[in-house]
Design a protein around this ligand. Structure first.
Ligand code: ZN
Length: 116
């Protein structure tokens, strides 16, 4: 399961961000999970309480925003979400020559501070 290593990285990043923004307590951590990463939000939620034990995030809420995969066609610059419906091809010109522009990463979107 690589979800735990993502989680530990996100928690350490959130703590670093909190220090920079002088936030004492983190109430909510918002994480964006791209559709291409294979990371399952279910496991992120499952590992969250373990990963935050003894950190600024203990008792915080985890919010996950799922980011759909988006591709930009290299031939006509159309942006689309590749799926079975369009056969993973550009819906405008039918090209398979696309570059993934969103949905590749797991990132810390923001932290929301406050008192418990
Ligand atoms: Zn195209």
């Amino acid at each position: 399961m690589h979800e735990m290593s993502y989680m530990l990285r996100l928690v350490s990043l959130a703590q670093q961000t909190a220090r920079e923004q002088q936030i004492d307590t983190i109430k909510t951590m918002v994480v964006e999970v791209g559709g291409m990463t294979g990371v399952l939000p279910y496991y992120l939620h499952k590992y969250f309480p373990t990963a935050v034990k003894g950190t600024l995030l203990e008792g915080a809420t985890l919010e996950i925003i799922e980011i759909p995969v988006r591709t930009r066609c290299e031939d006509c610059a159309t942006e689309y979400e590749p799926d079975k419906g369009n056969g993973y091809c550009c819906p405008h010109c039918g090209s398979k020559n696309g570059t993934v522009i969103a949905g590749r990463d797991v990132t810390l979107s923001k932290i929301i501070g406050g008192s418990l």
